[in-house]
Design a protein around this ligand. Sequence first.
Ligand code: NAP
Ligand code: MG
Length: 479
Amino acid sequence: MTFEYAPAPESTSVVKLKSEYGLFINGKFLPAKGGKSFATINPATEEVLAKVALGSDADVDKAVVAARSAYNKVWSKMPAAERGKYLFRIARILQERAREFAVLETMDNGKPIRETRDVDIPLAAAHFFYHAGWADKLEHAGVGSSPKPHGVVGQIIPWNFPLLMLSWKIAPALATGNTVVLKPAETTPLTALLFAEVCQQAELPAGVVNIVTGDGTTGAEIVNHPGIDKIAFTGSTAVGKGIARAIAGTKKSATLELGGKGANIVFEHAPIDETVEGIITGIFFNQGHVCCAGSRLLVQENIHDEVMAKLKNRIEKIRVGNPLDKNTDLGAINSAAQLAKIIELADSGDAEGADRWSPNCDLSSKGFWYPPTIFTGVTQAHRIAREEIFGPVLSVLTFRTPQEAIEKANNTPFGLSAGIWTDKGSRILWTAKHLKAGVIWANTFNKFDPASPFGGYKESGWGREGGRHGLAAYLKGGK
Ligand code: NAP
Ligand code: MG
């Protein structure tokens, strides 16, 4: 007997969309100079949600001037405990308006409401609570007895966790006494603009947070503006390398959180059913649009067939569809451009000789969709083993010995995340010690906490976000 799910759509009535949004500069919403704008759409339906101002060089300049003035006149003079109170207030408002944020994020991004409601928005609030507590305790952060902020920070974020990445950036910057100019991604600006309303509601002094929406050129204007003291960037390795080149020789410091190709390693003595759940979370959480996704599965050869059989059985149960439905597991791909990248890379897997498998699933003709997909028979030379797909596509490789697992796991230009599945504690410790990855999970995957530093080795970036290490990046003398 099969049990069908009844539709369980979350209502969108809690969201009050405006037809047009301006830039948030010096505490007010303003049109872009020159009046240019762009549309943001719902990737599950292709419906236009709103027109959003496209920030120019003049707008970035205005935002930097506002941030500098707020830094000099208000924020750097305010007692640290008072700064902390603003962060607590923002955190509480995010909790109060959590449903509104979750629905809006799902509409603008395409990710399932189950994830925005249970992961993105609660974690964003948690980041503000965590950093609010640090604001008046910075002398205990391990960066000297009187740590000082940089001043004005330029922050550029991607589309995969829009509000969460904003909170990873803004919460530590404000807690440490910096002011900010932030640019959200072009396809997902709406929760950043709702956050600007939260800043108004919290009566945050004007100019402490400025949100300049726009495209890559707007981001480049922030990077190149001489009034910016530090850049914090999350996005692709290619753009990250460009930023490193652009700021070389200037006074600007930078943290770069870039791409990844995480190895999820399954040893023969792993508890298989729990491991299968972890593999699913590792690659299908957020449609695989996750820099630390477990996108390379390394399975010990003698359990490969058993793991694959159970994994396929589990993938057949994944519900792909309307992101606003509370039963949906896998939502829409964020944009037509991202879908094209996923298709191109996955097709290279076929061309290079790997074996593709996907369950039967009905995909809507409107919007951008890709079925959960696994490739077996993948070798280390295949593009799908080397390049970041950033979609719901898993590449499966095998190994025979723990040493071989380490060699394969580390054979990547990236080094952001890894997972280890085994019931042997000593094997976990031995494996973690030999992996070149900034974040290593054992018998779990894709777990995040504001107190835990996050960041990578090699082409996955510079610096850490979260925890004491993340605070240090916003303080002079820190890394
Ligand atoms: P992206 O193209 O690098 O974009 C990231 C941000 O940079 C966006 O706001 C983008 O604006 C802006 N941008 C584009 N060109 C720029 C330029 N020349 N100068 C300054 N800013 C510029 O990356 P994406 O495709 O949006 O995001 C996916 C990538 O981010 C993946 O590779 C993923 O691994 C990485 N990521 C890393 C982490 C981490 O913590 N390590 C977290 C999430 C994502 P537009 O949106 O307007 O183009
Ligand atoms: Mg959108």
